[in-house]
Design a protein around this ligand. Structure first.
Ligand SMILES: Cc1cc2nc3c(=O)[nH]c(=O)nc-3n(C[C@H](O)[C@H](O)[C@H](O)COP(=O)(O)OP(=O)(O)OC[C@H]3O[C@@H](n4cnc5c(N)ncnc54)[C@H](O)[C@@H]3O)c2cc1C
Length: 516
């Protein structure tokens, strides 16, 4: 057995005979002596001639082919020490799975519904335009990660092992090929089944998941958090409480503010979703070589600085769909998702501008909730401009950048109604100025990106949390020992993988205090 680094053309990567020939050529091993080639890592490079850079294991005839075992060593936790986890998003679910590995009994409290029922509520949102405030694109089993794009990569690798997270997705039904991808993707159509299988693992090993249960207060005894109070009056107690409620649980931030428990205002980003024909993005990124059946729909990543603000692409979805992701009626929010096949004719991406408390002196009076109030005000203004429901307002990219009131719209793959409205009337001037200049710079970096075929839809506002719930080195809230703020809502993660890693990290911190 031999491990090699080899660059392969897409047709070599995907055709067994061509793959064996390329490896034989690169290693000098005769073609007919190669028994099996296992790709361990791959990344697509389309800068010049398009190829996959890979790391591969070559097995020769007669050698034993070792296959990966994705089974985790969960313990029976029916009688283990109880840890309460609020929220069944990636942070909460991965915290629960890790708790089972070390013998702690996780009890998840989730305001939304199991994924099967949540799917029906999401269909209703699209059908009626009314948002169910407890079961929507952000709330319910799997959290904001369920009906997401399922891109599984993160730049924040400091807090854990991304491969462990991907292995757990495979263990619960994801395609094993995602382990080799530098930009792994699951797709929304596969995620719901995976989340349901995670639920089965948790329950069969002694954990509990209580659906339709909304935490709305903490139980504090002798200055220590010992449990939670639910909206229905139930009190649930445990050795520690993990708060993994995500960045859209505004009622949790309001609760902390009301009670005087420390929270902090934190920079976040706000902008629009841009949508292009996928073919156009393929043409740009693959330099016209996009007719190869071996190439996936192309992605892009863009960033620049304008007037001291970062302007960047966010959650880019090749072959994607734009979805309404608000959590209440009267607010308008867009986000993106795609199926495993990424087969839609559109590419979409958030293009967001960083927003800091110093950009909004008029919101200072709201203290730590300043940016949350701003986020809420923008979402309401955008909803009004569109005419309510889940209507998304917007205009063509070129019309917006050149301040032209043509009233024209391109076809869009938004799940609701897309209506013409000028972004200048709903977004603050510092955001629209940064977006305008940013789009023009992106058009120079990526020729063809700046085109009247591109559409802008508002508003991309749930990029990250505008509030931080602080924690010390030991993971506990400084005023509330026993409470462990965790995941994206606490401001310590962004995205599926980093939230999941934060859940694992939090359980490790809890375990170390429980065993001391
Ligand atoms: C449409 C869409 C597409 C996305 N695509 C991607 C992607 O491709 N890749 C990626 O990395 N990220 C993506 N994201 C972001 C990603 O989903 C989030 O970063 C991630 O889910 C955050 O995980 P979390 O567990 O911290 O919080 P969340 O996923 O927000 O989960 C929080 C959970 O807590 C529950 N909850 C809230 N309040 C309470 C309460 N009071 N009591 C009980 N339960 C409560 C909620 O119902 C929810 O289930 C996407 C998000 C959306 C909306």
């Amino acid at each position: 057995m031999k491990e090699i680094d080899i660059s392969l053309f897409p047709e070599e990567y995907f055709t067994k005979e061509l793959l064996f020939k390329a490896v034989s050529r690169a290693t000098g091993i005769p073609f007919n002596e190669i028994a099996h080639i296992e790709i361990l890592h791959r990344s697509l490079d389309s800068r010049r001639s398009i190829c996959y850079h890979t790391h591969a294991r070559v097995f020769l005839n007669g050698e034993e082919i070792i296959t990966q075992d994705y089974h985790s060593p969960y313990k029976d936790c029916h009688t283990g020490l109880r840890v309460i986890i609020i929220g069944a998003g990636p942070a909460g679910l991965f915290a629960a799975l890790h708790a089972l590995e070390i013998g702690i009994k996780p009890i998840i409290i989730e305001r939304g519904k199991p994924v099967e029922q949540r799917k029906k509520d999401i269909t209703q949102i699209v059908r009626t335009g009314n948002v169910n405030s407890e079961s929507n694109w952000c709330f319910g089993e799997g959290g904001a990660g369920t009906f997401s794009d399922g891109k599984l990569y993160t730049r924040s690798t400091k807090r854990g092992n991304t491969t462990d997270i991907i292995k757990k997705f495979i263990e619960h039904g994801a395609d094993p090929s995602i382990i080799v991808d530098s930009h792994a993707h699951i797709g929304t159509d596969r995620l719901s089944g995976i989340i349901a299988t995670m639920r089965e693992t948790i329950i069969s090993h002694g954990g509990e998941i209580l659906f339709g249960k909304k935490m709305n207060d903490l139980v504090i005894k002798n200055r220590r958090v010992t449990g939670v109070v639910c909206q229905d009056g139930d009190i649930i107690e445990g050795k520690a409480v993990v708060l993994a409620t995500g960045h859209s649980a505004r009622d949790i931030f309001e609760l902390f503010f009301r009670k005087g428990w420390t929270i902090e205002s934190k920079p976040f980003a706000l902008g629009v979703r841009v949508e292009h024909p996928q073919k156009l993005i393929d043409d740009i990124q693959y330099h016209g070589a996009n007719h190869s059946p071996f190439l996936p729909p192309a992605a892009y990543s863009l960033q620049t600085q304008v007037n001291g603000h970062g302007v960047f692409s966010f959650c880019m979805c090749p072959g994607g769909i734009i979805v309404p992701a608000a959590t209440s009626d009267g607010e308008q929010v867009v986000n993106g998702m795609s199926n495993a096949s990424r087969s839609s004719a559109f590419a979409n991406s958030g293009i967001a501008v960083t927003v800091s408390p110093s950009d909004l002196p008029e919101y200072e009076k709201y203290g730590p909730l300043a940016l949350l109030r701003f986020q809420q005000d923008v979402e309401r203004r955008v909803s009004q401009a569109a005419g309510g429901g889940i209507k998304a307002p917007g205009q063509r990219l070129t019309d917006f950048c050149e301040s032209r009131a043509t009233g024209l719209l391109n076809k869009s793959n938004y799940m609701g109604e897309y209506v013409h409205s000028e972004l200048d009337i709903m977004l603050p001037p510092f955001v629209t100025q940064c977006l305008r200049q940013g789009f023009i710079l992106f058009g120079k970096k990526m020729h063809g990106f700046y085109t009247e075929q591109a559409s802008l839809l508002a508003v991309e506002s749930r990029t990250s949390s505008p509030v931080r719930i602080p924690r010390g080195e030991n993971g506990e809230h400084p005023m509330l020992p026993g409470l462990y703020p965790c995941g994206e809502g606490a401001g310590y993660a962004g995205g599926i993988v980093s939230s999941a890693m934060d859940g694992v990290h939090t359980i490790d911190l809890i375990a170390s205090t429980l065993t001391n």
